[in-house]
Design a protein around this ligand. Sequence first.
Ligand code: SF4
Length: 87
Amino acid sequence: MGRRTYGSGPHAARHSAKEIAKANDAFAKQAREFNLLYDCRHCVHVRHDGTSCSMDYPNRMLWDAAATSHALDERGHLVFCKYYEHS
Ligand code: SF4
């Protein structure tokens, strides 16, 4: 699959599916090695219904990404939350 551009403007993701998969694999490996805690599952703000948090974010996408230790979504956009606080 060739390189694709998704979206427009300065935040458009510009990665092929292969590049995204490679980056996600590398991130998952490092998350395991360093026991990184960075997502809703370990955040003080999470509501355990998995659909929202006390910050009122609809965090379903983040919750799903966390389960697979993915750092990028299918378009190559980061799926991190800057309001994460360790619980
Ligand atoms: S603040 Fe961010 S990391 Fe924490 S539960 Fe809400 S969406 Fe997840």
